[in-house]
Design a protein around this ligand. Structure first.
Ligand code: ADE
Length: 234
């Protein structure tokens, strides 16, 4: 899989070299290119923003550098000639979910466009949609200063699903938001020691009785979901 990230803050993506994603990059399971949007500016100040038409607070990202950036990235052939997908994080997008992470993990190439300020001129997404699939997505109902942190989160959610990235792929099966998991949150987990600061581990987990353990976990997952995320129960 090939990932391209366009941003005015390439330094945000240093942490991709760490941990599981870093290892996936080193092992060639994913190829990540981080590109400074200002490379595609032509004025002395390397301007990427301007005031909004119609008035209002803040600045909007100019379309020209984005257009040139996407033109250049599209010249670089995608593995197997597959059509890339453009992902634009924005608080006004559709909600990014684990389903999207699974769908996108099956893509050959994703291009992430990190907006700043009041967003990117809407014509950039409109024009891009004539040559590739475009998805505008939000991480949740809160506002970040730009798309960078959202892209870090989405890249991690996607890359960990790629075959060979997780040491034990069984960990994907029971986690919160896993497909086929009835939309339940994951049950609480414990490890050694058996007693810590006076707190014990639930007896059933020490019983060695797999059927009882499974029943207890299911009940805990249901109770957690009811109290923390009743919206998931439908
Ligand atoms: N950019 C700014 N806020 C965002 C959010 N909530 N999700 C995704 N991208 C964003």
């Amino acid at each position: 899989m090939r990932l391209d990230i366009v941003t005015i803050f390439p330094e945000y993506f240093g942490p991709l070299q760490l941990s599981l994603v870093g290892k996936a990059i080193q092992r060639g399971l994913v190829d990540v290119g981080v590109h400074d949007l200002r490379r595609w500016t032509h004025d002395r100040h390397r301007t990427v923003d301007d005031t909004p038409y119609g008035g209002g607070a803040g600045m909007v990202m100019k379309p020209e550098p984005w257009g040139e950036a996407l033109d250049e990235l599209l010249l670089d052939p995608t593995p197997d000639q597959a059509e890339p997908m453009l992902i634009v994080p924005t608080p006004s997008g559709e909600r990014f979910t684990q389903e999207y992470a699974h769908e996108w993990a099956a893509e050959k190439r994703l291009i992430f466009a990190c907006g700043r300020y009041e967003g990117i001129d809407a014509r950039v997404m409109e024009h891009a949609a004539s040559r590739m699939r475009v998805r505008e997505v939000s991480l949740g109902d809160y506002v970040l200063n730009g798309g960078e942190v959202a892209v870090l989160a989405m890249v991690e959610a996607i890359v960990r699903l790629l075959p060979g990235v997780l040491g034990n792929p069984a960990s994907l099966v029971e986690e919160s938001h896993a497909p086929g998991h009835d939309h339940l949150l994951e049950y609480p987990t414990y490890t050694k020691p058996e007693t810590w600061r006076g707190l014990g581990v639930p007896e059933v987990l020490l019983s060695g009785h797999h059927g009882e353990v499974a029943k207890w976990r299911r009940a805990q997952a249901e109770e957690r979901t009811r109290s923390r995320r009743p919206d998931l129960l439908g």
